[in-house]
Design a protein around this ligand. Structure first.
Ligand code: CMX
Length: 469
């Protein structure tokens, strides 16, 4: 499956335009009869290691790009300096998971019986192997996760003792750090595991962590916003249905489908974004998956990253309140955008560091809304924003990308089904993000990636460097 021709480059792109999609997608079919994900990953490791060795031998000295002084000051934007095999972001096309676009993932990956959307379990198989799983393979991941879904008593106690005024993301990060108590990688390292085998306990920790996340997240939700009563995992249901049940919205099949969609599309966005890069960076010091992911969550909690989804809804609702209508006109929205920009704030949910077109994750959510809630007033406002904001931001002239990102749409969907507590939204993003960053973390250790240590400079050093010339 892994070939020198990167899983996320030319062939599938040309499949969109030139050759029949089915022929191109055949390469995503597994050639293995492995029924367990771990078995399949183990089969693939030598193949992938050989591929990396070959690439390093052939192209190791080639230059990937230049680094300018502005890039160093500008958040390292555009510097190519990291390997992230699970997904690749194209500025115009958006994200591809192992080469598959979001619509292709929705179409190709198996869905549970009665569901309209594919699952994060099926996506996890794709992210880890580069192969579209069969129904049975996806189900095997569901079964594995259900079997591992329980929390140690002290973690339950820890979450229950958090004041409801502590932000849900802080509680989430706290609980994930506490789960580190049972890290198999940390234990194996302490006992002197051979570095060739690092990936094995990292895989186990990752599965255990993924399995526990809905219990942690829903416990926080029900403690902070509801009655503090909790239910348990139903081993006959998929991850998203269970998560919907735990949150208290499981009776609504549309909400379970929304969870499936949400958890799939927020999972991975190549390696340079704050939550992915942080997880990868901390993991490179051989911190275990719990510590690495908790670090990533702390980055996701920033308002320029994952917290933007709560900011978007707050901003829209303030706008509705200030204007005095649930369905403001285009002119009213335009004026409100300008007042936000003129007061030195960003329009949340718009712009992106890499993307230069509308985020396909936004479009996937918009399509869900058009299908299930076309008459929702908040959705109508989100649609009007889509008409107005790009023009305003273009006229404003600062942002390189005036188009909406994923966070511009998620809140309106959650709110429609009654999940109105905005402060919880980034926790949902975090549960999803775990699928992406943990699958790459398994490969980081399987391929023996180095501890990260880029070079930094002082301003004075830069000045001297060029004054000399
Ligand atoms: N509203 C107002 N100004 C914006 C803007 C927006 N939505 N997006 C970018 N800009 C401004 C930047 O603040 C920057 O201004 P300065 O030069 O004064 O610093 C300028 O435009 C250039 O920025 P950029 O190169 O286009 O974008 P960046 O890579 O610096 O930042 C992002 C990307 C997402 C942080 C930015 O677009 C932003 O703040 N958007 C709003 C918050 C948001 O939606 N975040 C979620 C992103 C998705 C995610 O990670 O979850």
């Amino acid at each position: 499956m892994f070939s020198l021709c990167s899983a996320s480059s030319a062939p599938i792109r040309s499949a969109n335009r030139l050759v029949p999609a089915l022929a191109a997608l055949a390469r995503f079919k597994s050639t293995s009869s492995a029924t367990s994900l771990k078995q399949r990953v183990e089969e693939l490791i030598p193949e992938k290691a050989a591929e990396v060795k070959e690439v390093k031998q052939k192209y190791g000295d080639r230059v990937l790009g230049e680094t300018t002084v502005n890039m160093a000051y500008g958040g390292m934007r555009g510097i190519k300096g990291m390997i992230w095999d699970t997904s690749l972001l194209d500025a115009n096309e958006g994200i591809r998971f192992r080469g598959l676009s979001i619509p292709e993932v929705q179409e190709q990956l198996p869905k549970p019986k009665g569901a309209s959307e594919t699952t994060p379990e099926a996506l996890f198989w794709l992210l880890l192997t580069g192969e579209v799983p069969t129904q049975e393979q996806a189900q095997s991941v569901t079964d594995e996760l259900n079997a591992r879904a329980s929390l140690p008593d002290f973690v339950v106690d820890l979450i229950d003792r958090c004041p409801s005024t502590l932000h849900p993301m802080s509680q989430f990060s706290l609980a994930v750090n506490a789960l580190q108590h049972d890290s198999l990688f940390a234990k194996a390292y302490h006992e002197g595991i051979n570095r060739k085998n690092y990936w094995d306990p990292v895989y186990e920790d990752s599965l255990n962590l993924l399995a526990k996340l809905p219990l942690v997240a829903s416990r926080i939700y029900r403690n902070v916003f509801k009655d503090g009563k909790h239910s348990s995992i139903d081993s006959t249901k998929d991850y998203s249905q269970n998560f919907a049940n735990l949150l208290g919205y499981g009776e609504n099949n549309e909400f379970a489908d929304l969870m499936r969609l949400y958890l799939v599309i927020h999972s991975d966005h190549e390696g340079g974004n704050v939550s992915a890069h942080t997880t990868h960076l901390v993991g490179s010091a051989l911190s275990d998956p719990y510590l690495s992911f908790a670090a990533g969550l702390n980055g996701l909690a920033g308002p320029l990253h994952g917290l933007a989804n709560q900011e978007v809804l707050r901003w829209i609702m303030n706008m509705q309140k200030e204007i005095g209508t649930e369905t403001p006109t285009e002119d009213q929205i335009r004026d409100y955008c300008w007042s936000t920009l003129n007061s030195g704030r960003v329009v949340p949910g718009y712009g992106h560091a890499v993307l230069r077109k509308t985020d396909p994750r936004y479009m996937a959510q918009r399509e869900f809304a058009l299908k299930h809630l076309p008459e929702d007033n908040l959705f109508k406002t989100v649609s009007t924003l889509y008409k107005v904001v790009p023009g305003v931001l273009t006229e404003h002239g600062k942002t390189k990308n005036p188009w909406p990102n994923v966070d511009a749409h998620s809140g309106v969907l959650l709110r429609h089904y009654g999940l109105v507590e905005q402060d919880f939204y980034t926790v949902l993003f975090g549960v999803s993000r775990a699928f992406g960053v943990l699958s790459q973390l398994v490969w980081d250790r399987a391929l023996g990636f180095s501890i990260e240590r880029p070079k930094s400079l002082t301003t004075e050093a830069i000045r001297k460097m060029f004054e000399k010339q």
